[in-house]
Design a protein around this ligand. Structure first.
Ligand SMILES: [Zn+2]
Length: 292
């Protein structure tokens, strides 16, 4: 089972953190069109996790996705990291995001992904908040170490039931591969850009479950903007030293050329489904139960 997901926030981030450049909006619009056309051509339905604020400020983006029959999930309201929120702040953020998205698309939102996979051991109360707000499927667990998030203590990298308090959620974690004895994420972000096509294919053939995840920016060849100190600190909420900004710039831009072509090849060659389709096809009694 290959699940295809996109995290959609670029228009919002551009407006509030990168200066609202018209040419960037145009570029994002064109890339979204390419994605929707390519999925249509290959008869694939994906899940698009959208920032709630987009539903108010860029409603056309969500409408285009929803009108093409794809699942719309929530990617929080303003793309703030969950591990920097209190439970109350996260509950409020979740409620607002769901309300905005559901009002626009006229459909209940069932799936969620945290910005930067920012649900981990220290804030696993987030699962209860999600369940209490009607979320059924979560895709926020990155079961290894990573910048700004990750949940290395999470012991499953296949679809699992997560029990926290009296709540149960269906979890679709990221699925790192084992390569030369090492755990190697490959199916999204910078990892997808770095891992060559032949190795992507090998992993897909060798695994029963792959969760792909992309941001629009991952697929654009052109390098992202080098942020000013102020922009960096406002967005990442950490010190915008030159070193921090260079490291982040390098990680954001490494291996960018060719990611879109690689995705194009995979979409033509393999079957993909979205989170909701996957959830309905799984016999959950046979999946691991993770009690937190
Ligand atoms: Zn995101």
């Amino acid at each position: 089972m290959n699940i295809l997901t996109f995290d959609i926030e670029e228009w919002y981030i551009e407006k509030y953190f990168k200066g609202g450049r018209k040419e960037k909006y145009r570029q994002y619009d064109e890339l979204l069109d390419w994605i929707l056309n390519t999925l249509g051509k290959n008869d694939i339905k994906a899940t698009f996790f959208c920032v709630g604020q987009l539903a108010v400020e860029f409603p056309d983006v969500l409408k285009r996705i929803a009108n093409a029959g794809h699942e719309i999930g929530s990617h929080s309201n303003k793309h703030l990291w969950i591990n920097r929120m209190t439970p109350d702040e996260f509950a409020e953020d979740t409620r607002i995001a769901l309300e905005k998205i559901e009002n626009l698309i006229g459909k209940k939102v069932k799936s969620f992904r945290a910005p930067a996979f920012s649900i981990g051991q220290d804030n696993d109360w987030a699962f209860e908040v999600l369940a209490e707000n009607g979320i059924e499927y979560d895709c926020s667990v990155f079961p290894t170490d990573r910048d700004f998030g990750g949940f290395p203590q999470f012991t499953s990298s296949v679809p699992s039931l997560v029990k926290k308090g009296s709540c149960i959620l269906k979890e679709f974690p990221i699925c790192p591969a084992l390569f030369i004895g090492k755990v190697l994420p490959f199916s999204g972000g910078g990892y997808f850009r770095l891992v060559p096509l032949w190795l992507q294919k090998r992993f897909i053939h060798g695994m029963d479950y792959v969760m792909f995840y992309f941001h629009i920016n991952d697929l654009i060849d052109q390098n992202s903007k080098f942020m000013t100190k102020r922009e960096f600190e406002e967005y990442f909420k950490e010190s915008g030293t030159l070193k921090n900004r260079i490291v982040r710039y390098a990680k954001t831009n490494i291996g960018k050329g060719g990611a879109l072509k690689k995705l194009d090849v995979l979409l033509e060659k393999y079957m993909f489904c979205n989170v909701e389709q996957a959830a309905l096809s799984i016999d959950w009694n046979k999946q691991p139960l993770i009690e937190l």
